[in-house]
Ligand binder design. Structure first.
Ligand code: UT7
Length: 333
């Protein structure tokens, strides 16, 4: 589903991110499962990831990222009208993590709900918020990608436990003033025919966790890595190309590409196919691993605060994840 902005333009007024203090290195994982720093580095590019404390939930990380975004946007939480949290690791199945966050922030005027689109979730939230603001339903929105994946990882499964990490990223969207940057084009897509490639099979209504199945660790991430890899490359290439083209841009106009941070080899493959040189691609997966919905959000904030792009520059975000889902956004900052 594609969209170019036809009504009120929408800008990003602030970004924020947070990662937990505890660092889990590849060397630490070598002690936990049969793996090696060499395997993890060459196959994924990941060197370390952050792990939330036991009493640090998804909404807590989201709140820390949100406060930084609010500060940068020079806004008070009480002004927020809409909060959308993209997560596959909510505090509780219900209510939504966005409700805990709304209360924590004191954003009492905001309508708050979660969306579940895995690693594409932050960009799904961006599209939704952009449309709702553009249509005039809301004046502003706080969107988040926030995950505590460490709570849903099988720490005995070397094929998945080395990949994921925890963290949160936030952005404030609002109507753009004259001369400000704006979201130029967005793209979201879903293929529900491949739900088996990447999922958390247990813990939902299809397979509740019971005393009988408790030892099977069904409420943990399962992935057919190779198949997901191939799909990730083609879907992200197509989604990124779609927003670049519909924005009237060419690859050489893109100051920075911010792709989902799952695997360095996937990032290299898509940037080659989109024809954007590697030096204009933002990568931080070596520090955080794959943080699902939080990955693009954290990367956007880090790149922004590191002045990797500035006013008037064009950037493209692109993501892919379980569902299968994919999404992209082209933004003039
Ligand atoms: O965020 C949503 C999107 N997610 C992704 O995009 C992830 C996509 N997939 C991937 O990034 C890659 O498929 C993985 C990193 C998950 C795996 O890399 P791969 O090159 O596809 O490896 P593989 O799964 O084909 O495994 C190759 C070998 C196997 O051994 P054999 O069968 O060849 O003897 C695995 O058992 O590597 C073995 N292996 C490991 N060895 C050491 C798997 N995990 C590990 C490990 N350490 N942690």
């Amino acid at each position: 589903m594609s969209g170019t902005v036809s009504q009120l333009p929408v800008a990003i007024a602030g970004t924020g991110s947070y990662v937990p203090e505890r660092v889990l290195t590849n060397a630490d994982l070598e002690i936990m499962v049969e793996t090696s720093d060499e395997w993890i580095t060459t196959r994924t590019g990941i060197k370390e990831r952050r792990i939330a404390a036991e009493d640090e939930f998804t909404s807590h990380m989201a709140a820390k990222a949100s406060r930084k975004a609010l500060e940068q946007a020079e806004m008070d939480a009480s002004e927020l009208q809409l909060i959308i949290v993209a997560t596959i690791t909510p505090n509780t199945l219900t209510p939504a993590t966005a409700c805990y966050l709304q209360h924590d922030l004191g954003a009492h005027r905001a309508v708050a709900f979660d969306i579940s689109a895995a690693c594409s979730g932050f960009l799904y939230a961006m599209k939704l918020a952009e449309r709702l603001i553009s249509d005039g339903a809301f004046e502003n929105a706080l969107i988040l990608g926030a995950e505590k994946l460490s709570a849903f990882v099988n720490w005995d499964d070397r094929s998945t436990c080395v990949l994921f990490g925890d963290g949160a990223g936030a952005a404030i969207l609002k109507r753009a003033e004259e001369g400000e940057g704006k979201i130029l084009a967005t793209d979201i897509g879903t293929d529900g025919g491949q739900t088996d490639l990447l999922n958390i099979p247990g813990g939902g209504s299809a397979c509740p966790i019971t005393i009988e199945n408790a030892d099977q660790r069904l409420a943990t991430l399962a992935m057919v890595g190779g198949d997901v890899f191939k799909q990730a490359v083609t879907r992200m290439r197509d989604s990124a190309n779609s927003v670049i083209e519909r924005s009237g841009l060419k690859p050489e106009d893109i100051k920075l590409l911010i792709p989902h941070q799952a695997n360095l080899r996937i990032i290299e493959a898509i940037t080659k196919r989109i024809e954007i040189p590697q030096e204009r691609v933002f990568v931080n997966l070596h520090k955080y691993g794959n943080t699902s919905a939080a990955a693009c959000a954290i990367a956007l904030d880090e790149a922004h605060r590191a002045d990797k792009f500035g006013r008037g520059d064009h950037i493209v975000l692109v993501a892919f994840g379980a569902g299968l889902t994919w999404a992209a956004a082209a933004i003039r900052w």
